[in-house]
Write a new protein. Structure first.
Length: 184
């Protein structure tokens, strides 16, 4: 009985070599396109930036929990500490400064129904941020950031506030981070 060598690629040797070469080279070619992108935290922060001051945000909107400004400020500080090399520096003399106010806490009807009632309500939180880069004034700005979540009209804001606020604040913080320190 004669044993023959079986190949997963039947046919001539040239075809097998070509397929083998493609299997080896193709991942390298595909992954080469990922080279110029950086997913490192704090992507656009220059090396000379060492500190950041994040002042307490204030509530300039009607409604909302009394603790909302403090919660937002602490979450913003934590996000920058986790995702950058910057040291928090109280007192307003950091290389970067972030401060502002919660300027909107609004519930608006969405998705009207045939009975002239809202099928959904929308909670929108707006935070106006003043960002100062002491090393590069052209990067400084003042702008509002907002995000929303919808909830059924069968529930009151008090019933769902605790579930709506955290994801809204997370998105606003991410947007602020991307505008100030991210590469997006």
């Amino acid at each position: 009985m004669r044993l023959t060598k079986s190949s997963p690629f039947p046919g001539n040797k040239t075809l097998r070599r070509t397929l083998l070469l493609l299997l080896i080279l193709l991942p390298g070619v595909l992954l080469n396109g990922c080279g110029p992108y950086s997913f490192s935290p704090g992507g656009k922060l220059s090396a000379d930036l060492k500190t950041i001051t994040i002042n307490n945000f204030v509530m300039n909107a009607a409604g909302g929990p009394a603790t909302l400004p403090n919660t937002f400020t602490e979450q913003l500080k934590e996000y920058f500490q986790r995702n950058t090399r910057l040291q928090l520096k109280p007192g307003g003399d950091g290389d970067l400064l972030i401060e502002g106010a919660i300027t909107g806490y609004d519930v608006t009807p969405q998705a009207p129904t045939a009975q002239d009632k809202a099928g959904l309500n929308r909670l929108t939180i707006t935070v106006t941020v003043r960002f100062v880069n002491t090393k590069d004034e052209s990067a400084s700005f003042e702008q509002p950031f907002s995000f929303f979540r919808d909830f059924p009209q069968t529930q009151t804001l008090n019933q769902v506030e605790g579930q709506l606020i955290p994801p809204i604040l997370e998105q606003i913080i991410l947007d602020i981070f991307n505008k100030t320190a991210g590469d997006w």
